[in-house]
Structure formats: C-alpha cells, structure tokens
Design a protein around this ligand. Structure first.
Ligand SMILES: NC(=O)c1ccc[n+]([C@@H]2O[C@H](COP(=O)([O-])OP(=O)(O)OC[C@H]3O[C@@H](n4cnc5c(N)ncnc54)[C@H](OP(=O)(O)O)[C@@H]3O)[C@@H](O)[C@H]2O)c1
Length: 318
C-alpha cells in the first residue's frame, strides 16, 4: 500500500480506502462482510468510511462494522482511520437531517454507540445545507473534535465556494478542515470542472474521491450484459437503464487500453483517479474480497502517461 499525506495535515491515508455504503446492510452476509474488511486491512487499507445512513436500514452498516471491529480488529484500533458522516435523512422530525448543531451532534453520539467506539477519526458534514449558517455546521464539527468524539473534521459534496468558506471558518475555530469527499471518476468529473479540487487544495485539504469505479460501470462487470446480483440489479442508486450501449462501447475501448497496460479496467479507473494532483485516496466499494485484491493491484502500475491520458479523454468524449 501507498500512503499519501492528506492535504497539509499530519495524517497519511492509504491511496485506496474502503467504503461501506453498499453490501454492509442488515440483509448482508456477515461472513462476507468480515472477509472483505479483513482482506482490505491485510492489504494495507487502513481507512474505512461510513455514514450514519449506510445500510439498509440506515445505521446497520455502522452496526455491522462495530461487530467486525470487536471481533477482528480490537487489537488494531490505533492502526485504523474510521470515518462517519451526518447530513442526509436519518430520522423523522425536524432534527434528523441537514446541518444543524442539534442533528450533527446527536447523530455523532448515535454513530459512536452503533460502532462501539469512543471516537471516530474523521467526522464529516455529508452535504452542504443552504438553510443553516455554515458557522453553525462547522461549529458542530469543531465541537465534535474538541469534545474528543472525532479527531478530524471533513466535508463531503460541498460546492467550490462553500468549500472555501468552510475552510476559513474552521481555521478560525482552530480545527482545520482535513479533507473533502466528492464523487469523482472518469464518467463524473464535476469536482475537477467546477473548481472543487482547486478550492479544497488551495485551502490545504486533502481529497478522497468516492465511487472511483462509477459503482461498477468502470470495471469489467457490465461488458457482457448485466449479471444477476450486480449492483445494477440490486442497488437503488445504480439502475439497469444506466448501462447503455454507448456506455458499454466506451468501457470496452477503455478496457482494451487497460489490457494493453497489463491491468484490469478497475485498476486503470483507480489509477486515473489517483493521477489527479489533489487526490489523496480513491474510496472504493466492494461486494467480495477478490474486488479488493483487484483494486490494490492498481498500485503496481498507477502512472498514466500523457499520451495514455489523452487516449482516455478521447474515448470518454465518444
Ligand atoms: N460522501 C458521499 O456522499 C458518498 C456517496 C457515495 C459513496 N460514498 C463512499 O464511497 C464508497 C464507495 O462508493 P461505491 O461503492 O459507489 O464505489 P465504487 O468503487 O465506484 O463501486 C463499487 C462497486 O463496484 C463493483 N466493483 C468493485 N470492484 C470491482 C472489481 N474489481 N471488478 C468488478 N466490479 C467491481 C462492485 O459492485 P457489485 O456489487 O456489482 O459487485 C462494488 O460494490 C462508499 O462505500 C462510501 O463510503 C460516499
């Protein structure tokens, strides 16, 4: 594993991190969940990413990971970076979503109980709340850190301007914003195009990119149809109708380039994400341990030359 410095902080994160958004719900298979996490840790993935609402039902991924921590990683807490977030809908009534101090702190207390932890390493505001003063949401993150319930503060899905403002507020409070977590992959390049990378890196933050494989679209998963059990057949966030003919045509062309580089499509997609300067870590998901092995293999050949990057851009442009 390669460990990268997170922005201007002292924290090193693995170039590949594992998220528990999918496959860790109450309906999941605990033996498989444990095997995925154990494989990740054995390959040097020290960072596990959660949120209050991961499941289904919401909260169950934290519950499952709490159990895995207890069973498998009890002796390794100081070797792990565990994050959670609050921002999306978690419970009914006026205090169960967005960015109020009430929600942010109540949710963190709930997450710690589910995880069976005294503190998380990174606590995120999961999304920008246009109706709550940013000072209040950032004040809640600062409080989480000062009260010892989190070690670092982060933001996720924040647009460029709010990213800069959040950084200024947190700096004034004495809790610098560690990291931004946007979605970024070959098919979804908004953070690069809309200035989020620039705002984050100029503010001293690291960047951890979620869905680097576009939920599986940038792997060999859908090259020959839509397999039963794949995310497009079971997930709510990736639909079968997103696996279009033009998309598959592009991914086949990209896959040919990956093969020429001696790697899999998933490995090249991860290498592409990591080739963008402010990126600290690619935050993958996995439904089985073999996918983790595949992902980590990306680091054997993570450098993309100018000519290769140009070919990728051309393929993506169609
Ligand atoms: N901050 C936010 O708002 C936010 C939003 C979304 C996600 N996230 C974070 O980012 C994490 C990752 O997101 P993601 O799961 O969408 O990431 P992803 O890495 O783009 O997609 C993961 C999925 O791709 C497939 N896959 C993975 N490796 C593969 C391989 N080597 N070969 C073939 N298929 C492979 C698997 O799908 P199958 O099930 O089909 O096998 C896997 O579940 C989440 O768990 C979460 O922590 C954050």
């Amino acid at each position: 594993m390669l460990y990268n410095r997170t922005g201007k902080s002292g924290l090193l994160l693995p170039a590949i991190s594992l998220g528990l958004w999918h496959n860790f719900g109450a309906d999941g298979d605990m033996a498989n969940q444990r095997a995925i996490c154990r494989k990740a840790f054995d390959l040097g993935i020290t960072h596990f990413d959660l949120a209050n609402n991961y499941g289904p039902p919401p909260g169950s991924a934290e519950h499952a990971f709490g159990e895995i921590l207890h069973k498998d990683f009890a002796a390794h807490r100081d070797e792990l970076i565990i994050s959670t977030k609050a921002g999306y809908h978690m419970w009914d009534g006026p205090y169960g979503e967005w960015g109020s101090r009430k929600y942010m702190i109540a949710s963190l207390n709930q997450s710690l109980k589910r995880l069976g932890l005294d503190y998380v390493d990174i606590y995120y505001s999961h999304r920008f709340d246009p109706n709550t003063p940013l000072e209040e949401t950032m004040g809640a993150l600062d409080f989480a850190v000062r009260s010892g319930k989190a070690l670092y503060a982060g933001i996720s899905n924040y647009p460029a301007q709010a990213t800069r403002k959040a950084a200024v507020i947190l700096k004034k409070l004495g809790t610098p914003c560690l990291i931004h977590q946007p979605r970024f992959n070959m098919l979804q390049q908004e953070p690069l195009k809309e200035g989020v990378f620039k705002s984050a890196s100029e503010s001293g933050m690291g960047v951890i990119c979620f869905s680097p494989l576009a939920q599986g679209m940038l792997t060999n998963r859908y090259l020959n149809g839509i397999p039963e059990g794949s995310r497009a057949t079971v997930g709510h966030f990736l639909k079968k109708d997103q696996i279009t003919e033009p998309l598959v045509k592009k991914v086949k062309a990209l896959n040919a380039l990956a093969e020429a580089r001696g790697q899999t499509m998933a490995q090249m997609a991860i290498a592409w994400v990591l080739s963008h300067k402010p990126v600290t870590s690619a935050l993958i998901g996995a439904s089985r341990p073999a996918q983790i092995e595949d992902a980590v293999g990306a680091l054997r050949n993570a450098k993309l030359g100018k000519a290769e990057l140009a070919v990728i851009t051309k393929i993506l442009a169609g």
